[in-house]
Design a protein around this ligand. Sequence first.
Ligand SMILES: Cc1ncc(COP(=O)(O)O)c(C=O)c1O
Length: 279
Amino acid sequence: MSTVWLNDRFLPAEQARVSVLDRGFLFGDGVYEVIPVYGGRPFRLQRHLRRLERSLAAVGIDNPATRDQWTARIDELVERNGGGDQGVYLQVTRGVAPRQHVPEGELEPTVLLMSNPLPPRSGIARVSAVTLPDDRWGHCDIKSIALLASVLLRIRARGEGAGEAILLRDGELTEGAASNVFTVLDGVVVTPPVSPRLLPGITREVLLELLRKAGIEAEERPVSEQELRNAREIWLTSSTQEITAVTMLDGREIGDGRPGPTCRRADELYQEYKRLQVE
Ligand SMILES: Cc1ncc(COP(=O)(O)O)c(C=O)c1O
């Protein structure tokens, strides 16, 4: 049985209870983070905590802990759950209050930390994707727990035999339902720029750094639907999936239907960087 942190203490997951009046439950009024842990060490934790601070500030919830407190709690959670490779889920909601849209008075945020083992990797994962209209809200840069639109997009993708929905808004690529998207266009790595239309992924940020350091040209600029469809390579990034090659888009093979050379190089750089973090 795994251990979770709820509000002010560690307890077994099956004993953790939240009020039905929690605004996270009633309104999806909260934000979250997912932090990968390798060899017992949280990966890029400061970046995740910085993004958490941004999300909390954007929705007007006071940060219930300092960076040091978050770090100590996450370290202890990881240890209590056996170390190794884990995905830590961190959620903060606005708290418990009578159900009305505008909360009144000072609320105590509800804090949950839990973790799951990360499955062992065996090479670059591959996925089929479908394109779908991006019908999410206008603040996709906030890591909100209100994920109904993303859930419906993933369910639709699944119904079409695909593992991810790649989203298009106004004729341009935004991101995946739960990932950022990279393309290779005319030999150059291109990913859409950070904006309210997409989550500034930590994996995306690390990978851009690693590619550029390795002398591989990587641009942040808009990608049109046509460019996406003609891309030589497409891959997805996220904290728990790392780099996943899109081998099929809307039923058409991408490249030769296997992870392309730039994707393989990107994955090598990422795996090497992970190893350095653990050692
Ligand atoms: C919508 C969306 N975009 C991008 C990402 C990737 O972000 P990160 O690399 O920080 O996990 C996620 C991760 O869950 C996501 O949900």
